[in-house]
Design a binder for this molecule. Sequence first.
Ligand code: AMP
Length: 282
Amino acid sequence: MTRIVRTVAELREQVRAWKAAGEQVGLIPTMGALHEGHLSLVRLAQTKVKRTVASVFVNPKQFAPHEDFDAYPRGEARDAELLESAGCDLLFAPNAAEMYPQGFSTTINLTGVSEPLEGAARPQFFGGVATVVTKLLIQAQPDIAVFGEKDYQQLQVIRRVTRDLDLPVEIVGAPTARAEDGLALSSRNAYLSAQERAAAVALPDAMKAAIAAVQAGERIETAEAAGKAALAAAGFRQVDYFDFRDADDLSRLGPDALNGAKARLLAAAWLGKTRLIDNMGA
Ligand code: AMP
C-alpha cells in the first residue's frame, strides 16, 4: 500500500530511512485530482530512482482570490488508489497549517523567466509555486524531482530557482500526456461540459497547425494570428497568449522567422469558465 503521511517530520523520517539503506528518492509534486499525466511522472521517476514520493497539496498561495481554489477538484481516496496502482511508495498530503503555520511570512520573489505569459496573466502564481516547491524540496530532500512539460514555463522557473538557490536536486522534465484526440490531460479538464470538451481539441489542433505553418516558412506573427482566430472560431472566448518563444528563456521570437532558434509555442485560452494551457516544441 502507498503509505500516507501528513507531517514534515514523518516525511523526513521515511526519506532518511531510505537514504540510509542506499535508496535514491524521487519527488513528484502535485495538486491532486490525479490523472494519467501525473502517473507518467511517477513512472518516469521509477526509471531513475528506487523510491517515489508524490505530494498532494492544493496550494492556496498560487491562486488569486478570484481564481478556482475552492472549486479545484479534490479526492484523496482516489488519488491514493491511483498512486498505489502506479507503485508509488509514499503520499505526502499535508494540510495548510503544516505548510503555512501561523505567522508564515516568506515568499520567493522571482524575475526573468517567470515574468511573461503565465506571469503576466497570473501575477501571484509563480511566487506561490516557487515558494511551495522550494519548501517541498527542502522538506523531502529528494535526489530528483519530476515536473511535467505540460506546465513548461513552471518547469523553466523551477529549474531557475533550484540553480539560483543551490538546491541539491536534479529537476527532470516529463513529456505531456495527452488524450487520444490530442488535448493535454489536466485536472481542470473536469470543469469542461461535454460540448466544451469536444471544442477543446481546437487548442492542440491550432498549435500543431501554427507550428507546421511556421516550419513551412509562414511568418511567426501571421501563424500566431491564425491560431488565435482558429480558437475564437472554435468557441474560445479569450486567448491570453498564443506565442512562439525561445525554448529556454521564453523571450519573444518573431515577428518573422524562427531563424534556427530553439522555439516553443505556448498558449493559454478560455473556454467558458475554464482556462486551458498547452505548449509544444516548434
Ligand atoms: P498539477 O497537479 O496540475 O499541479 O500538476 C502536477 C505535476 O504534474 C506538474 O509537474 C505538471 O506539469 C504535471 N502534469 C500535469 N498534467 C500533465 C500532463 N498532461 N502530462 C504530463 N505532466 C503533467
